[in-house]
Design a protein around this ligand. Sequence first.
Ligand code: SAH
Length: 207
Amino acid sequence: MVDWDRQRSRLSDRLRERVANEDVLAAIASVPRHQFVPEDKRHDAYADRPLPIGSGQTISAPHMVAIMAEALDLSPGDRVLEVGTGCGYHAAVTAELVGPGNVYSVEYHASLADDARETLEATGYGDISVRVGDGKEGWPEHAPYDRTYLTCAAPEFPAPLVEQTCDGGVLLAPIGDGQQRLIRAEKQADGTLDSEDYGGVRFVPLQ
Ligand code: SAH
């Protein structure tokens, strides 16, 4: 029998070198990543690396999920919009920090969204809402969001996502066409963004 719990808590401990927020580390220690990755990749579920999840897409490395969760500065009750559900793992980590009923995620590929819904239900995160569609449009029905993040790279923050984020809220995304930078932007009262560069990253592009 593989001791997944032990592997997972070791991963969380290793991430302490890069992430200081203990709530984020506890979230990583809670979400069963092995249940989100394809069965033939399970043995690598708690290695700190990205993994293929089908439809040409990848689940980010755990350290990237943790760094993004820390940068978003998530608190219980925050309403969060995620663009790029993929297998649902990142959404589950977010849900650990804000509560599953506060997480809204949009996925372009219907097959990934269906699988993610099933896995989220099976792992106790069934209250996360997943919609199939173009994440560039956001999910206006549940706006405004306190936090908005993309797990795929965009040339710039799509205007509807900025609109659907509340004043003083935070957007986070890999930005760039070729070279990408992880950009955290705080929305000001006049609608402009105050941006901070978190360094070079590599994500799949937005469709
Ligand atoms: N957060 C995911 C990682 C997903 S990889 C996880 O934990 O597994 C990026 C995801 O963005 C892919 O699933 C891809 O299909 C999705 N995507 C790409 N373009 C999109 C778009 N325009 N709208 C919504 N999702 C998109």
